[in-house]
Design a protein around this ligand. Structure first.
Ligand code: ADP
Ligand code: ZN
Ligand code: ZN
Length: 753
């Protein structure tokens, strides 16, 4: 092994291959595959690279081969399976290899601050953060940092940098003003402790749990056979996961469990910490780069053999990976936005094969595509149909809001929901109110001219916020949910000057307001994007609710998942229709899934529970089937709908958006690409046959953040040409080179705005 094949950490299509380097004598004993190296490259003196293999012969003239300069670490950064996975990601997601490798390397290593053992911790030193906030200018970084700190008093500096970019200057000023301090410390405190349930012992599994566990156990022992665990909410899937993980550990392997968003499920993390102690590594989304690196080291060294984390935890360096579990596998958070836009489910499936391990997808409401592929034989379906406490799933009572309106009730609450709320509060129990829209009113229109108040930068209606959004921004403002721009609430119509302005479309703030108006003295908590800007604020709201500090928790889909509050006996779905109206082939399954998840929060205790669902379209099958807990029926209907409209899984869709400040520029870039690809399609009879739909158009939201948007949609049949045509599409995409037009590409886009 005279020569090392090195991939440099440069994400450029022109250098997207391994280069040959000489292994100097003094390194030949210590170098191995997967290690990081420092090499001279082109005109650059030193760049980072990774050894992906060795060779005895050189592919270029001996005299031109340069030596490896040094090895930053004495151990490999990449496992052999990760290298194979990176090659697969490159092909599958049409990216360069270096980009795929970056997914697996902790960011501190890439910034060459490796070995950093202490973290810089930023601490608030003033007792009253509100006071400090009033002293800084709104909209500044100083303000954003203080706001972020307000929920927690301290956090890692790297975390702030990740959130807000360059922070040296504002931090320096805050230090000088005596508002914060920066100190070096080993760790920052981790908050996820108080919500931990009591039982630390292993529960004896119920019959269905035992059967599910045995299926998983046998698959682990065989080393193949992926499983779709379809279990109703409250059927005890987590307990099954933990048993399966224990089995993987006992067999000498390691395990990864992905959960959609850790800050929303602190209880689950607590349970894992209790059962597996130090051998569990938690890759939390709010970890700073230093903390992330520490966990990465514990995994790499084998100290931690269980990894619990969000999407990117799939790239943790687990050797001998025997089991990967993806909880709530239908969640869209498992699909990365970009660079590359991978699906953690697809990646996990590949990774399981590379390790000879298995993949378990768990869900109460599998996505239609996942269930379809299970029925095609790619997963074995294992069902858990009963809840642990032996109780039936809570009955969902439907209220037709059109009838309610016809009878003169204009409130956001139907008479029935109002009565149940009253009853719940009177009996000292708790309620959850779910509405997938934040703000007070989602539309502000003029009664005189009919104009809707739009964002100056986007083709989007402004949302009215009654409460303060920022601690300093003030109340009573309009805000754009796409670009964040704000304006004071207009006293007259911006178009015609009329005084008659009306608000429509209730959001979470409106629900909160109504609760306080109709149920005097009731204490509420609201959890949405506006109340969870501070670090750990999710945690603070949830633990306050767990402690009974409020009777009603109001929130968006943040409150739909995984929460287990035994005192909650009423769940109100204030509007089940908000998702259904989106022009998106997955809006029906998202509606079905959300209703099921939210309803699952009720009746976890012995008191049972009531769910009240309000809708203007209660007969729509996505709602009616969810109300009846009929997953199978829903699945069959939706699959049929997709078959008729030729949507995935019966087709593949590609969408490419062109964005530029100058609409002409965006449009002509889009048109040029369109013509180019059309030529390719015309040339090949197979392509022409495969392309079901191919067109360019203005995007449904024609402007966001001042950028005009045009798009290309390509819908393809699934046949022997699909892959090749997809490759063509991405080939053109990768060649694209225009600084003034941004591109955004999506495969099977879940929203088409
Ligand atoms: P799911 O994830 O399927 O919705 P959970 O895993 O949250 O369900 O389980 C619901 C509740 O049942 C939890 O409070 C859990 O501690 C409890 N539980 C699970 N398995 C058992 C068991 N075998 N015996 C007693 N309680 C259990
Ligand atoms: Zn007007
Ligand atoms: Zn905007």
């Amino acid at each position: 092994m005279q020569y090392a094949l090195v991939l440099t950490d440069i994400t450029n299509h022109k250098t997207d291959r391994v280069f040959t380097y000489r292994v100097p004598q003094e390194l030949s004993g210590s170098i191995s595959v997967g290690m990081r190296v420092v090499v001279p490259f082109g005109s650059r003196k030193f760049v980072d690279g990774y050894v992906l293999g060795f060779s005895d012969t050189a592919d270029i003239d001996e005299s031109r081969i340069k030596p490896i300069a040094r090895l930053p670490e004495a151990y490999p950064i990449l496992l052999p399976q990760q290298i194979q996975l990176a090659y697969w990601i490159k092909e599958q997601y049409h990216t360069v290899l270096a980009q795929a490798v970056r997914l697996m390397v902790p960011s501190v290593l890439r910034k060459s601050t490796a070995g950093e053992k202490s973290v810089s911790v930023v601490r608030l030193t003033v007792p009253e953060v509100q006071e400090a906030l009033r002293a800084v200018r709104p909209g500044t970084k100083k303000q954003a940092i203080l706001e972020y700190l307000s929920g927690c008093t301290e956090c890692a500096k790297s975390e702030l940098a990740q959130k807000f970019g360059s922070i040296e200057q504002p931090l320096k000023q805050l230090c000088a003003d005596g508002i914060v301090t920066v100190e070096k410390r080993r760790q920052v405190r981790s908050p996820y402790k108080e919500l931990t349930p009591k039982h630390t012992e292993w529960l004896s599994l119920k019959r269905e749990q035992q059967a599910a566990f045995e299926q998983i156990r046998d698959a682990i022992d065989r080393g193949n056979g992926d499983i779709l665990l379809h279990g109703v909410t409250g059927s005890g899937k987590t307990e099954v996961y933990m048993r399966a993980i224990r089995h993987a550990l006992e067999s000498g392997g390691s395990a990864i469990m992905l959960i959609p968003e850790i800050s929303l499920t602190p209880q689950t993390v607590g349970r894992f910490r209790e059962r597996f102690g130090r051998s569990v590594a938690v890759l939390h989304s709010a970890l700073g780069a230093g903390e992330r690196y520490d966990e990465w080291q514990r995994i790499r060294s084998g100290e931690a053999r269980v990894v619990v984390g969000a999407r990117s935890a799939i790239f943790a360096p687990c050797a001998n990976l025997k089991l990967i579990i993806i909880d709530e596998a239908h969640e869209s958070s498992y699909i990365a936005g970009s660079h590359p836009a991978y699906s953690a489910v697809e990646v996990a499936r590949k990774l399981a094969r590379l390790h000879g391990g298995i993949l378990v997808l768990g869900s109460a409401t599998p996505s239609v595509e996942q269930y379809y592929s299970a029925q095609q034989g790619e997963y074995k379906i294992v069902n858990m149909t009963t809840r642990i406490n032996g109780r039936a799933l809570p009955r969902i009572e439907v209220v037709d809001m059109a009838a309610e309106l016809a009878s003169g009730n204009k409130s956001v609450f139907s008479r029935q929901l109002y009565k149940e709320l009253q009853d719940t509060v009177e009996h000292g129990r708790q309620a959850i109110l779910f509405l997938n829209r934040r703000g007070h009113s989602t539309v502000v229109t003029c009664r005189s001219c009919g104009e809707t108040v739009k964002c100056p930068n986007c083709d989007i209606a402004m949302t009215y916020h009654l409460s303060q959004i920022n601690s300093v921004g003030g109340a009573n403002r309009l805000r754009c949910h796409y670009c964040g721009s704000e304006m004071p609430y207009p006293k007259v119509c911006p178009s015609c000057g009329s005084k008659y302005i009306k608000f429509m479309g209730a959001g979470t703030e409106k629900v909160e307001e109504e609760c306080e108006k109709l149920l005097p003295g009731v204490r509420t908590l609201r959890m949405d994007n506006d109340t969870t800007r501070g670090k750990d604020s999710h945690y603070h709201i949830l633990s306050a609710f767990a402690k009974g500090e409020a009777q009603i928790l109001i929130g968006t889909q943040m409150i739909a998942k995984g929460l287990d509050f035994p005192k909650v006996s009423l769940v109100g779905i204030v509007s089940a229709d908000t998702m259904l109206q989106l022009p998106d082939y997955t809006s029906r399954e998202k509606t079905f899934s959300l209703i099921t998840q939210v309803a699952g929060r009720a009746g976890r205790a012995d008191t049972g529970g009531t769910v009240i669902l309000q809708s203007y379209t209660p007969k729509h099958y996505a709602i009616a089937d969810a109300v009846a807990y009929s997953y199978e029926e829903f699945y069959q209907r939706d699959l049929e709908q997709r078959r008729r409209g030729m949507y995935p899984p019966f087709s593949r869709m590609l969408r490419l958006v062109f964005m530029a400040e100058d609409p002409q520029e965006a449009r002509s870039a889009c048109y040029a690409y369109f013509l180019h690809l059309r030529q390719e399609i015309i040339k090949q009879a197979g392509y022409a046959e495969t392309a079901l739909y191919f067109n360019m158009m203005t995007a449904p939201i024609g402007r966001i953040r001042g950028q005009y948007r045009y798009q290309i949609l390509l819908k393809m049949r699934v046949n022997e040409f699909t892959e090749a045509l997809t490759d063509k599409f991405f080939e053109l995409y990768n060649q694209y080179d225009n600084d003034r037009v941004y591109l955004d590409v999506e495969v099977n886009p879940s929203s088409l705005y």
